[in-house]
Design a binder for this molecule. Structure first.
Ligand code: HPA
Length: 266
């Protein structure tokens, strides 16, 4: 792993960001808000796993967002691509290794709430791991017993909520349920998800939250809603719909995140 940290540090020059963003579907344009960025293709970083999912770039983009140092992971490797819930472990371990202390994750998700339709943004208050997997399977040390009672950092969540208010951007708050994917859920699974307390469903983020807590980072996460979940409308779900609809909520979430950076986050 130290070779990954060394490669990343070298590429970043003297830049020492303490905050990182993982850009999911719809957030890719946020890299354009970074003037004169350093761009490093994942392929140039040892151990980094690439995403083969269309709509996901595969590069580290570093520089300043609203004047503050940041490192962005534009594109993520998913559990369903690699059959490995720890697909993002090398990338997150490298971020921790260069001194990143705060991680903000973004994703596209399906909504269980008729009043939280496509284009909405949801702050993840808590999650349900329904994948049956865990990125810490096989971790041999006692550090694997990571507490998740406060997985989502209060301070970072408050800063996101404050930035939403300041920008006049509606922000929902709810529970995200991780399904392994890559097939979408069935209507029966969505009815179950509602019964157990989920507000949105998706195929990412939860393993990264667990890993980030394992590495001692503070975490916050937001979903951009691309669709109402399976069985809630007459139509079938598709990845094309995710890609088409993500930029809508993505632009809203980008405004929130820019404001959050401008105001500073501690
Ligand atoms: N289910 C799972 N993942 C998703 C969805 C969904 O409905 N929409 C976008 N990502």
């Amino acid at each position: 792993m130290s070779e990954t940290v060394a490669a990343l540090e070298k590429a970043l020059g003297g830049l020492k960001p303490d905050t990182a963003l993982v850009l999911g579907s719809g957030l890719g344009d946020l890299v354009n808000e970074v003037p004169n960025p350093v761009r490093i293709p994942y392929g140039d970083l040892p151990n980094f796993l690439k995403s083969g999912v269309t709509g996901h770039a595969g590069q580290v983009v570093a520089g300043h967002l609203a004047g503050r140092p940041v490192v962005m992971l534009a594109g993520r490797a998913h559990y369903y691509e690699h059959a490995n819930a720890a697909a993002m472990r090398p990338a997150l371990e490298a971020l921790a290794g260069i001194g990143v202390k705060k991680l903000i994750l973004t994703n596209a998700a399906g909504s269980l709430e008729p009043g939280m339709g496509p284009g909405s943004v949801m702050l993840i208050a808590d999650h349900i791991n329904f994948s049956g997997s865990n990125p810490l399977f096989g971790e041999p040390t006692d550090r694997r017993f990571v507490g998740l009672t406060e997985a989502y950092d209060r301070g970072l969540c408050s800063a996101i909520e404050a930035a939403a208010v300041a920008t006049g951007t509606p922000l929902h708050k709810g529970v995200y349920m991780w399904f392994s994917g890559p097939s979408f859920e069935t209507p029966a699974e969505i009815r179950m998800a509602r019964i157990v307390g989920a507000n949105a469903v998706g195929m990412s983020t939860v393993p990264e939250v667990i890993l980030a807590r394992f590495f001692g980072m503070r975490v916050a996460a937001c979903s951009v809603i691309t669709n109402l979940a399976a069985g809630m409308t007459g139509s079938e779900l598709s990845h094309q719909e995710t890609k088409d609809m993500a930029p809508l909520g993505g632009a809203r979430l980008a405004a929130i995140l820019k404001r959050m950076f401008a105001d500073g986050l501690d």
